[in-house]
Design a binder for this molecule. Structure first.
Ligand code: AMP
Ligand code: GLY
Length: 425
């Protein structure tokens, strides 16, 4: 099969690494890819949001399957674009239709969806600009902290947790006043849930679903979970506190009703669903849905997946996932992200990366990198994820930290405490 993978992050390098291991993968193209993906296939200078160019490439290059890494092409309807074209219609796109991607694309819609299907989530209300004063009154009697969410995609910045009523009101007004552009035309005001977060992933063909290994992501920039949110500074899989009892609750109360709900509402969904969950006093709640795999979670989930990924995606496309049994490596995978100095705020690009050849017994999954004249340069905030697989979390973390030290570039920063909380469990 000839496969086109869309995206350019650590998630996509990991996908490319895994796809290229399959005997069924004839040619792999990554658009636009990075310096890491180029080792597993051919990078193509295409913008994943330029559907016409993507479609043209797919037809010209005899692509048999398209895997969409990031959410934006899905939320903007790449699946639907393919459906509308006579020839492209024959080429499966792994990722939901626009109607399915709205699970991530609209927080208000996803809250209503969960309400309709009795899926546990925080209590909420939604407000538009026409309801500012009503919203302000609602906030004034809301217990603290208050969670405010811009409805649409806001590059991971659309969630604010206000610790007092004054900040809540200021933020609420700013959001409805266009702080996040159209993403904030609607704001969800949500009760704060206190607990421990984890991420669960399924692949669904719309009829059935297969559960992939779970993971824990470390979102804050600073050690001890301090400072601003980032795209993710590291991840661990498995997550020790997600035991059999928790899995049963997650599957029965969250996963099954979500897939069934989509089917019942006749929403076409053949792709990954990412459940951002929180455990509160032993009960799981949905914090958010994403319509794709997580990053950096993919960097620890795929190394533990023993199945042939091309086969799995083909089964997904054909609606035959029911035949598949997921096989998981019992080992622990950990990943530590090296980021550019200053990230998630201002940072410089174009720094030379050295020491990659010293990454032994582990993987260096590239995110913001690019190749130039035989060198690898930094090209983004999150630069390289150092994944290790070992018999236990302590050994895996030790390897990831050793590799994190070996890879060098000016301004490099990483969290040395990734996974430490889980190690103690
Ligand atoms: P998101 O940008 O949607 O990934 O959300 C960012 C983070 O906000 C989540 O990972 C949680 O840590 C936090 N968060 C979102 N909703 C809630 C909530 N209802 N209660 C507590 N924390 C929340
Ligand atoms: N790691 C969180 C995300 O991919 O959105």
């Amino acid at each position: 099969m000839n496969i086109l993978l869309l995206g350019s992050g650590g998630r996509e390098h990991t996908f490319a690494w895994k796809l290229s291991q399959s005997k069924r993968c004839t040619q792999l193209f990554i658009a636009p890819g990075n310096a890491g993906t180029a080792a597993h296939g051919q990078n193509v200078a295409l913008d994943p949001l330029d559907f016409a160019s993507v479609g043209q490439f797919v037809l010209q290059s005899g692509i048999d399957l398209v895997l969409v890494g990031p959410e934006e092409p899905l939320v903007r309807g790449i699946w639907d674009y393919f459906q509308e074209h006579e020839k492209l219609k024959q080429i499966p796109v792994i990722g939901p239709s626009k109607a399915g991607a709205v699970l991530e694309g609209s927080k208000a819609w996803s809250k209503k969806f969960m309400e309709r299907h009795q899926i546990p989530t925080a209590a909420y209300r939604e407000f538009t600009a026409a309801q500012v004063e009503e919203g302000v009154q609602y906030l004034a009697q809301h217990p603290l902290p208050i969670v405010l969410k811009a409805d649409g995609l806001a590059a991971g910045k659309g969630v604010v947790i206000a610790m007092n009523h004054r900040d809540a009101e200021t933020e609420f007004r700013a959001m409805l006043d266009g702080k996040f552009g159209t993403a904030g035309e609607r704001v969800v005001v949500e009760a704060f849930l206190s607990g421990i977060e984890f991420s669960v992933f399924v692949l669904t063909d719309g009829k059935t679903y297969k559960i992939l290994p779970e993971a824990k992501d470390y979102k804050r920039i600073g050690e001890g979970d301090t400072g601003p949110n980032t795209g993710g500074m590291g991840a661990v899989s498995p997550v020790p506190f997600v035991d059999e009892t928790m899995w049963e609750k997650v599957e029965q109360r969250i996963i099954a009703p979500t897939v069934k709900g989509l089917r019942k509402e006749k929403i076409v969904y053949k792709g990954f669903i990412f459940f951002g969950l929180i455990e509160v006093n032993g009960e799981p709640f949905v914090i958010e849905y994403n319509c794709r795999m997580g990053d950096p979670e993919t960097e620890v989930v795929l190394p533990r997946l023993k199945n042939d990924l091309v086969q799995l995606l083909d089964n997904c496309a054909k609606g035959t996932l029911g035949r598949v049994r997921i096989r998981t490596d019992k080992k622990t995978a950990t990943t530590i992200f090296l980021v550019s100095g200053g990230y998630p705020d201002q940072y410089e690009k174009g720094k030379t990366i050295t020491g990659l050849e010293q990454v032994k017994s582990g993987f260096a999954f590239h995110a913001g990198t690019r190749g130039q004249d035989g060198k690898v340069l930094t090209n983004g905030g999150r630069v390289i994820a150092l994944t290790s697989l070992a018999k236990d979390i302590t050994s895996a973390l030790r390897k990831s930290r050793r590799n994190a030290k070996a890879v060098q570039f000016e301004g490099k920063y990483y969290r040395r405490d990734i996974g430490k909380d889980l190690e103690r469990m």
